[in-house]
Design a binder for this molecule. Structure first.
Ligand code: LLP
Length: 425
């Protein structure tokens, strides 16, 4: 069930009215439901019950400290892609021993930082990266635990910008090079080969490609075992999609069902070929943990009726939510107050000086200037992809817990945006 629903004609987040939230904190503001966040995490945790499994939340989806803290308290680990993300985990009280580090371009400094905090594993994406990590770990007198990101060449059938498991992708090591790359890794003195990982893409509406990728990983793990390279974990990445049309009501692939099918496959394999000996399983979900926990609350500045199109100009823009502009993503928009007025068809656009600055197109909306709107399912890849384009401060963020609202990030002031700049002398 969605935590965003109408009560007496006003949209609420849990027990808090979004009109009241706009009054208190202003707009644009991201509003998240704590209950939804915990329920989403529980759908993974429950399916992993009693197993050696770790859910490493892909924090690029939403890295607000309060969200990280809530998840860390539930036992989550974190999938990071930068030193900055590791510092966020630490600032939120997360456990670095549950951190895995993904990404194709880890710098020497980032490797040092991660090694100094003894993270669980580096998900390595190339041979040069193996050598760099070996050198950095050696200089620190440490051993780095590594996994290789293998590219299983499976078509995730998603938007090309977020499909990552095909041969032409910049990510991972080609399946055909994987054995040789593992041999290289195993021979490097400051690396400890620990696992295998993949991530084939995001917003997958079917788990078949993920199960196909799992088959390929299993094949490699057995081939490596035959050579004496024993892996201790397998990491299937993130990727399960969410429903952008019926926010919170249903999921294209319920997480429990997907995990059930995945564990059944793993158990059958371990029973058939490894005397039932389990292997640790890691997940890296992002969107399915936070996507439907959040809305972007915005106010209508003006309505502009044109010859060909009508525009609903709001105070949120592509700098707050880039997904429509970047991926032509369809995000649901609804008025906060149901006023019963006649609807007209609008393009919902922001104040930024680009035609690409739109949030929704061709939507029937009953709105007037000054009304509040929400963009649903905005909890993932919303605030984390926000920019300061047009010297616009980033939005405030609020977490609702029952009827209590917590401001978890203040709105940025323009002065904050140029505070690091200086004039030449
Ligand atoms: N692991 C790795 C290595 C990843 O690259 C990603 C996402 C994830 C896990 C989490 O995937 P998820 O469970 O969220 O699908 N900005 C785009 C999505 C980019 C995804 C990048 N990688 C969007 O707004 O749709």
């Amino acid at each position: 069930m969605s935590q965003f629903s109408y009560k007496d004609g006003v949209l609420h987040a849990e027990g808090a009215s979004l009109s009241a939230i706009a009054g208190e904190f202003g707009t644009p503001t991201y509003v998240y439901s704590k209950a939804r966040l915990l329920a989403n995490f529980a759908s993974y945790a429950d399916a992993c019950q009693g197993r050696d499994a770790l859910v490493c939340y892909a924090m690029k989806a939403n890295s607000n400290l309060a969200i990280l803290d809530l998840l860390a308290r539930e036992g989550a680990g974190f999938d990071i892609v930068s030193g900055g993300e590791l510092l966020r985990v630490l600032a939120a009280g997360g456990d670095p021993r549950k951190v895995i580090f993904s990404g194709v371009g880890k710098s020497v400094e980032e490797m040092r930082l991660a090694l100094s905090h003894d993270i669980l594993c580096f998900n390595v994406e190339s041979i040069p990266e193996l050598h760099r990590l070996n050198e950095v770990a050696g200089a620190m007198g440490k051993q780095a635990r590594i996994s290789l990101r293998v590219n299983p060449n499976v078509d995730a059938k998603t938007h090309p910008y977020i499909a990552t498991g095909l041969k032409a992708s910049k990510f991972g090591v080609a399946f055909s090079d994987a054995l040789e790359t593992y041999r290289t890794a195993a021979a490097l003195p400051h690396l400890q080969v620990s696992g295998i990982d993949c991530h084939i893409g995001s917003q997958l509406l079917d788990d078949a490609p993920l199960l196909e990728a799992l088959d390929r990983l299993i094949e490699l793990i057995d081939q490596l075992g035959a050579e004496g390279i024993e892996l201790h974990h397998l990491d299937i990445g993130g990727g399960i999609g969410i429903d952008y049309r019926e926010a919170g009501e249903s999921a294209p692939v319920p997480v429990g069902d997907y995990l059930g099918r995945l564990f059944a496959k793993i158990d059958a394999w371990r029973n058939a070929r490894h005397d039932g000996k389990p292997i640790k399983v890691i997940f890296e979900p992002g969107r399915s943990i936070v996507g439907d926990t959040g809305v972007l609350l915005t106010r209508v500045e003006f309505l502009k009726h044109g010859e060909e199109r009508n525009f609903c100009i709001v105070d949120a823009a592509m700098n707050d939510m880039a997904r429509p502009a970047l991926y032509q993503a369809w995000m649901d928009m609804q008025p906060v107050v149901q006023n019963g007025a006649a609807a007209a068809t609008y393009d919902v656009v922001g104040p930024i000086c680009e035609s690409g600055d739109w949030l929704a197109r061709d939507r029937a909306l009953a709105v007037e200037a000054g009304d509040l709107l929400v963009m649903h399912t905005a909890g993932a890849y919303g605030m984390t992809m926000a920019s300061n384009y047009n010297t616009r401060g980033r939005a405030a963020e609020v977490i609702v817990d029952g009827s209590v609202c917590h401001l978890v990030r203040q709105r940025e002031n323009p002065a904050d945006l140029y505070a690091l700049e200086s004039l030449i002398k």
